[in-house]
Design a protein around this ligand. Structure first.
Ligand code: HEM
Length: 317
């Protein structure tokens, strides 16, 4: 049985719970506004949430949706480099973020998976960048992770010209160590603790040889969002490995799971390792710190975000 099949069995139940919780969370006032949204030709927020949950469960694509949102927002910097708010610039492939090597697989595979939902809900109900943000949060919840509140109002790029100029200094490389992680994440406003918490997203998904040149999943249940990344990192033995593309990584020969150089770097510095140990021992602490860092990531450089999509409709009415 493949890793992905093992991981998804428990997800259906979790997804149903998430679905019920999500529909309960729509407040009566918001529901009134949904009526006006539908009257304007937009589909309802409830229908969008249901379609996203179904997509994540049926296509088992939660991990790539999380990576899509992270790379849209993760180009932001407020150090020597400036700007790069989440704006869905990756949907243009004539240049800019849609052509960055670090984004391989996102404009084609991730946006291909989202296409039916994009066609149904953008722009009537939601914008592109807000959709990518929401899709990642639905994916995290459906995979068993924390229930993260999405805020709305990101401004979509109008062309590839609204992209960050380059991935260099903005998105991290998997074959580099701690200094590199600090150089990339500190100018975005993240602490060492945030870097560890965010890296824990590698508890889901895998590296694809044809995308990054790395190869394999980090954990034995790569469709389950939990703290296994930290547990496995501390408990397993890893050997030096080289992928068919020649990329260096680490592999556990018994399970075939991998770690990147940038993952195991978290064990080398005490300021990082203390958080790895805490998150391995306490999943609630991990979920709480991940949520704080993740929301900050998804809102980097954004201003005037709103608590609901409906508010946008009310304001523009
Ligand atoms: C700390 C520095 C990081 C490095 C060097 C890094 C590197 C990588 C690489 C090389 C891949 C494989 C892409 C592929 O071949 O498909 C990947 C996948 C992934 N990354 Fe990261 N990443 C980092 C941080 C993050 C953060 C902050 C998040 C989210 C909070 C994240 C979420 C993911 C997810 C979910 C996948 C799996 C995608 C899939 O299965 O298709 N990563 N990352």
């Amino acid at each position: 049985m493949s890793f992905f099949k093992v991981g998804v069995t428990g997800l259906v139940g979790a997804g149903l719970v998430a679905s019920a919780a999500l529909s309960r969370s729509v407040k009566p006032r918001a529901k009134r506004n949904l009526v006006s949204m539908a009257a304007r030709g937009g589909e309802s927020y409830d229908a969008l949430m249901k379609d996203l949950e179904t997509l994540v469960k049926e296509k088992e694509c939660g991990p790539i949706l999380v990576r899509l949102s992270w790379h849209d927002a993760g180009v932001f910097s407020d150090g020597k480099l400036k700007g790069g708010c989440p704006n869905a610039a990756m949907r243009f492939t004539d240049g800019g973020e849609g052509t960055f090597g670090a984004n391989a697989g996102l404009p084609d595979v991730a946006l291909g998976l989202l296409k039916p939902i994009t066609e149904k809900y953008v722009p009537g109900t939601i914008g592109h960048a807000d959709l990518w943000t929401l899709a990642a949060n639905v994916a995290i919840k459906v995979m068993g992770g924390p229930d993260i509140k999405t805020r709305f109002g990101r401004k979509d790029a109008e062309s590839s010209g609204d992209s960050a100029e380059s991935q260099a200094g903005r998105l991290p490389d998997g074959d580099k160590e701690i200094d590199h992680l600090r150089e990339i994440f500190h100018p975005k406003g993240f602490t060492d603790k945030d870097i560890v918490a965010l890296s824990g997203a590698h508890t889901v998904g895998k590296c694809h040889l044809d995308r990054s040149g790395f190869d394999g999943p980090w954990t034995e249940a790569p469709l389950k969002f939990d703290n296994s990344y930290f547990k496995e990192m501390l408990e397993k033995k890893y050997e030096d490995d080289k992928t068919e593309k020649g990329n260096p990584q680490f592999k556990n020969s018994e399970t075939g799971t991998i770690m990147l150089i940038s993952d195991l770097a978290l064990l080398k510095d005490p300021a990082f390792k203390e958080h790895v140990e805490k998150y391995a021992a306490d999943q609630d602490a991990y979920f709480a710190d991940f949520t704080t860092a993740w929301v900050k990531l998804q809102e980097l450089g954004c201003s005037g975000l709103r608590d609901s999509l409906e508010a946008r409709e009310s304001v523009s009415a």
